[in-house]
Design a protein around this ligand. Structure first.
Ligand SMILES: [Zn+2]
Length: 106
């Protein structure tokens, strides 16, 4: 499997470092914006030997980056609707109050 990763401009917010990954063997790809959370996925679907493509677009409502206070890798949560934002805020406040995580910068 050969994959390619590069930055592209987010079609929703214009952020120039949205992460684009493509599987060169299948043509499947993902574009995730680290700024607004916009997500664009192209999947290959094989049914009875016939190939079709599924294109899924999820609007961005924000991207939440955080890391554990003890170090380790950063984690991203891409938010796609108002309920997701409200739930992420609740979770973030609880985790920060417990001293488990620290905010990150992209
Ligand atoms: Zn964006």
């Amino acid at each position: 499997m050969t994959t390619m990763t590069e930055y592209k401009t987010c079609p929703q917010c214009g952020f120039e470092r949205a992460v684009f990954d493509m599987d060169c063997d299948t043509g499947e790809s993902t574009l995730d914006c680290r700024s607004c959370g916009h997500s664009d996925v192209v999947e290959r679907v094989v049914t009875d030997g016939k190939i079709t493509w599924r294109h899924l677009v999820a609007p961005g409502f924000g991207a939440m980056w955080h890391g554990h206070i003890d170090g380790g890798s950063w984690q991203a949560n891409y938010l796609h609707d108002e309920d997701g934002v409200i739930e992420a805020e609740r979770w973030l406040r609880n985790e920060m109050a417990a001293g488990k995580i620290a905010p990150a910068h992209i």
